[in-house]
Write a protein that binds this ligand. Sequence first.
Ligand SMILES: [Zn+2]
Length: 79
Amino acid sequence: MRCLYCYKAVFGNDGLTVPSEGAAHQNCFQANQALKRTFQSLEITALNDKELQELKEIVLAEENSRNRVEEEDDGIELF
Ligand SMILES: [Zn+2]
């Protein structure tokens, strides 16, 4: 078996199995995980530009709506 990342042979203790992808060296796998930008199960680097833009807009909209709720709470406390 060959490593997914460096394509060199993987031997026993060195290796691990990446689900649905194949074998990899532990070191290569860890290095790759560190490079990946993932949020929970979402792989940000796998998104295309349009999807990334949509994600950004969703995050901003959520942030705005939370800020608005906080401001409304402040308003209520004044009465
Ligand atoms: Zn490797």
